[in-house]
Write a protein that binds this ligand. Sequence first.
Ligand code: URP
Ligand code: ZN
Ligand code: ZN
Length: 486
Amino acid sequence: MTTYDLIISGGTVATASDTYTSDIGVRDGRIVALGHNLGEATRTIDATGMLVLPGGIDAHCHIEQESSTKIMTADDFYSGSASAAFGGNTTFIPFAAQHRGQSLRDVVKIAHSRAGPKSVIDYAFHLIISDPTEQVLGQELPALIKDGYCSFKVYMTYEMLKIDDRQMLDVLSVARRHGAITMVHAENNDIINWLSERLLNGGYVAPKFHAVSHNAIAESEAARRAIDLARLADAKLLIVHVSAPQAANAILNARNQGLEIYGETCPQYLFLTADDLDKNGMEGAKFCCSPPPRDKAGQDAIWLGLSNGTFQVFSSDHAPYRYDETGKFNAGPNPSFKKIANGVPGIETRMPLLFSEGVGRGRLTLNQFVALTSTNAAKIYGLHPRKGTIAIGSDADLAIWDPNWKRTISQEMLHDNMDYTPYEGMQITGWPRTVISRGRVIVDNETLLAEKGSGQFLERQAGAEGAPLDASALLSPARNFAADLL
Ligand code: URP
Ligand code: ZN
Ligand code: ZN
């Protein structure tokens, strides 16, 4: 009698906490057995010499999303999810982005219509809130949180997206009340504009001045302010795509004070520097993202933050704008740094880069790698234990990882719809050989086996609800703000 649909045998299993040898038995898309000599299965995959890891969760990527300046990303949900799968991911969480004046319900409907027919991996959506009207805060957002859209991003910069401090407090209070988490793009818009104006007036227009205008102080000031606003509202907060060491320090300090503050960083802050923006001609445009990559010392600080618990989440922030008029040069062939589309691609290279240069070079343990690329995102965003781990009852989302497979990154080998990778020519050791989503082999032998649209939308569970922050709550001795303000 066949007991399992699939057995993965002989591999070394690693989770966020443990590493051990075990076979894995899968039935109906779930992990149902861990152990040895499990018995019969319809299919067996021999993983001898391989690591068997929870499938990656890319918790920050821009897929089939229109920017606030109306530029469409080069990847739709098919190419974006396929590329993610080749990079070892079985889940991603792109954004359903509100443009001002739009209802959040419409935004969510559009995101579903784009993802449903195309995604080959499972997905959820973070909301982007750019217009926190009374209707949005009082009706739409609470209802959507109940429906499982329990994470949303707000911006402190970008003219068409940014919200002010008062609006941020409003969003944080709704998140606290309904058990959601706020994510923040922390950069001080006035500092960036003040610096940009002076640079542009002086004729300093090349891509490299993007990094000058997005000074680290703009990032660290905004990060500290966001943390203080979250402290005031007694709400949890995750600061996305951190590049400045000073912002990383602010997160670590807040965490050391016991605040529920989380940090995310991305490959571009480990492997690129501001010097990359100074490549020949307009080539530097390929590396313009916000916040920008910093310097070598900055890279070291971000590595340290990954190993010392400052950062819980390592995401790609895949923002695929091609090196042509559809993307980087949407505003014309020779734009000033201010008009270059912001963002870099990296959904397929995120995990291999961190594995090779993190685990391979002894900067991170294998378990830290799993936590940073999968488990922590699942926990923070309400997907655990269905996703993000290898345990009885969890979805059989697995990356069978060859720790010795050496490959040189080139755009041709990637599966996104981009025309460049910022990591061209890097030699990387350790790639996924086989990727399994809910027990189905979706990538094997460098081939995509998943059907378009076979990814599932993931309903999430919001956390515990908090009391409303009305006057009596604010005046309660338990909410002694003065004592909080260290
Ligand atoms: O430069 C970046 N990061 N572009 C993508 C949009 C965002 O703010 O994450
Ligand atoms: Zn951002
Ligand atoms: Zn982003």
